[in-house]
Design a protein around this ligand. Structure first.
Ligand SMILES: C[S@@+](CC[C@H](N)C(=O)[O-])C[C@H]1O[C@@H](n2cnc3c(N)ncnc32)[C@H](O)[C@@H]1O
Length: 290
């Protein structure tokens, strides 16, 4: 079983290495060929739906299919569907925004954005990787929990990442942890993947510790995560971390992440920080979040 998994991993890395490096050309040529999907948002009152309960209908020749926004595996399988929903229809701006605040933070130091080695947690089909590449970043490592995200990246943005790991960061083996750390990343980013049942606190901390002890960290979170009334594990962890000695905040900006299916703006914070040391294993336990 283990050998098969390793072989599969080796095959995927080989595929990545063989992918053409000129991702922009690949994306453009594929994008222009991509068909538009027939999608419909539910009619009527949907404002009671939480962000992870939102859904849409996909019209196919075989009939209509209801797909939840969080059914990423289904969405990534169809080329262009993720981009059409979240970027074209719902006007998501987050990869560009988080990249620009990271750039603004790094500019306050002697470092250079284009020279950073960046770990992209919850990389999906590579939208954040593409934004970073557009800003000149050359070394990128992607991580996602589902193989469909990897497959879509290879299909739609070949050559974008130097390596792409399909891993659950709450259950990394020591071997895999070492392998990921050996990339010596000095920056970790995660976009549109925190809270709402996506990346759990333990995986976020593992990713923070997968980059160098002193490193850049940039991410976005829903504005209510800063509100003390929001007592979910994830918001508590983010507040504890941001106000801890492990992170120095360099840049924070409130902005419109995207629209809801009712056309209501959803506001998020984009945050760029400098990590000053690794987060101790017992951090979550000490804060009562383990
Ligand atoms: C909304 S998508 C964002 C993708 C990309 N960052 C972007 O901005 O377009 C959230 C991604 O997080 C991934 N994800 C969810 N839980 C995860 C976990 N525990 N570890 C890694 N990735 C996770 C999902 O599979 C999905 O690809």
């Amino acid at each position: 079983m283990r050998v098969v998994a390793l072989k599969e991993h080796a095959r995927r890395l080989l595929k990545l290495a063989q992918s053409p490096p000129n991702h922009k050309f690949a994306r453009q040529s594929k994008g222009s060929m991509q068909k538009r999907h027939r999608i419909q948002f539910p009619k009527g009152e949907t404002s009671h739906l939480d962000q992870n309960e939102a859904y849409f209908f996909l019209q196919e020749d075989s009939g209509q299919r209801k797909i939840l926004f969080h059914d990423y595996d289904e969405i990534y399988k169809l080329p262009g569907l993720y981009e059409q929903i979240f970027y074209d229809r719902l006007k998501c701006t987050s990869p560009g925004k988080v990249t620009s605040i990271l750039e603004a933070a790094v500019r306050q130091s002697q470092d250079n954005l284009s020279e950073l080695r960046i770990l992209d947690l919850g990389a999906g089909n590579g939208m954040m990787g593409e934004a970073l590449k557009n800003h000149g970043v050359s070394r990128l490592i992607g991580v996602d929990i589902i193989p469909e995200a990897y497959d879509a990246t290879i299909r739609d943005r070949p050559g974008m990442y130097d390596a792409y790991y399909v891993e659950d960061f709450t259950r990394l083996t020591e071997e895999k942890r070492e392998e990921i750390r050996s990339w010596q990343c000095d920056c970790m980013v995660t976009v549109a993947a925190l809270g709402f049942g996506d990346i759990p606190p333990k995986a976020f901390i593992e990713a923070m510790n997968s980059v160098k002890s002193e490193a850049w960290v940039a991410f976005n979170i829903k504005e209510t995560f800063f509100d003390r009334q929001d007592d979910s594990g994830f918001s508590r962890m983010i507040r504890e971390l941001i106000f801890s000695d492990y992170l120095d905040v360099y840049y924070i900006e409130r902005y419109r992440h995207r629209l809801s299916i009712d056309g209501v703006p959803l506001y998020y914070f984009a945050i760029a920080c400098r990590k000053t040391s690794d987060i101790p294993d017992e951090f979550l336990e000490l804060k009562g979040m383990a």
